[in-house]
Design a protein around this ligand. Structure first.
Ligand code: HEC
Ligand code: HEC
Length: 293
């Protein structure tokens, strides 16, 4: 009986620490951010209820965007090599073939209207400051024209992929690959690290192991809005749709934590073994102490 009393005291102490003190300390020192907002409801410069005209959007994109951005799927090649583009703009402008599927509509429209506000980099590019964002704002355009361009980008058909993994990889490269490498997957950043550092103030780290060091939950919130978790960071908000962001994180998990499924499958077997072992241990103890008690 005495042993059970000791056990009860230990269980009570552990429970108080685990369910009381630990969450409280976490809550005070590391408050939980608001959940990821896939509607990007802080961005309200463009009326996204307007229906875009694809043909006019194509004309506008040709006139305004392809000087910097390639759209390989539509036959607009890159105007310069990655290294020249990196030194001209500070970072390689992404290919826009998949932009209509990667970026959430409200984000995409507002990013074209004003890249600094949409990507949450006002602290890097204050109004009237010496530094300007490498992509111009199109805030002089009518909302209808911006929605036309969005409609055109969204009309570009999705590439066909041989596997889900290939699609996730493509999304990672299109959304993150201009800045981040992922050595374990053989992906090199399109912008050289030192150039990106001069542009953003920090070298974008290799993404191979971030799923392990940060975990899924952190990544979901971080990509959706880096400023909330790393205040003052130079990483722009990349306004991915929920689907595209899930692809990116799934790919990081596939590469960085390939044994997750195996590990989880083994977990319950180990617990079962411990349970059976505990029963035998108890019986054995009883047998040994039977004559002494
Ligand atoms: C003068 C060059 C230039 C022009 C013109 C330009 N862009 Fe960009 N754009 C960039 C650069 C550079 C980046 C990368 C910025 C970064 O990653 O910080 C970028 C990024 C983007 C992104 C990625 C947004 C994100 O959050 O990841 C989209 C989408 C985009 N541009 C669309 C457009 C569209 C549509 C047009 C035409 C209306 C356009 N751009 C015109 C240089 C340009
Ligand atoms: C325009 C360049 C750029 C793009 C695009 C970009 N990042 Fe980053 N990222 C950075 C920089 C710079 C840092 C370093 C930030 C710092 O230390 O302040 C960073 C840091 C990070 C970190 C580390 C955060 C931490 O807690 O230390 C993660 C994770 C990350 N990025 C994920 C992503 C993912 C996933 C994508 C694609 C959806 C992406 N990034 C797109 C530039 C970029």
């Amino acid at each position: 009986m005495k042993e059970f009393k000791i056990l009860a005291v230990i269980v009570a102490l552990v429970a108080v620490t685990y369910y009381g003190i630990e969450p409280y300390a976490h809550h005070v020192m590391h408050p939980e951010p608001a959940p990821a907002d896939y509607a990007f409801s802080d961005l309200k410069n463009v009326d996204t209820t307007l229906k875009g005209d694809v043909a006019n959007g194509k004309v506008l994109v040709e006139a305004n965007c392809i000087a910097c951005h390639s759209i390989e799927k539509e036959g607009y090649p890159a105007m310069m090599s990655d290294s020249d583009a990196a030194s001209s703009y500070g970072v390689v402008p992404p290919d826009l073939s998949s932009a209509g599927h990667l970026y959430q509509t409200n984000y995409l429209a507002n990013f074209i209207f004003d890249p600094v506000t949409a990507s949450n980099l006002k602290h890097k590019y204050p109004e009237g400051g010496a530094k300007v964002h490498p992509m111009p704002s199109y805030n002089w355009m009518a909302a209808q024209e911006i929605m036309d361009m969005v409609a055109y980008l969204q009309s570009i058909p999705k590439a066909t992929y041989v596997s889900e993994s290939e699609e996730r990889r493509a999304d990672f490269i299109d959304a993150c690959g201009r800045c981040h490498s992922m050595a374990y997957a053989g992906i090199s950043a399109r912008t050289p690290g030192d150039v990106a550092k001069a542009y953003l103030g920090a070298t974008p780290p290799d993404m191979s192991q971030y799923i392990k060091s940060r975990g899924r939950h952190y990544l979901e919130n971080f990509i959706n809005d880096p400023q909330r978790l790393l205040h003052g960071t130079g990483m722009p908000r990349v306004g991915l749709s929920e689907e595209a962001q899930t692809h990116v994180i799934d790919y990081m998990e596939e590469i960085g934590d390939a044994k997750k499924a195996e590990r989880e499958d083994l977990g319950w077997k180990v617990m079962l073994y411990m349970l059976v072992f505990a029963v035998f241990a108890l019986l054995w103890k009883k047998q040994i102490w039977r004559d002494i008690h």
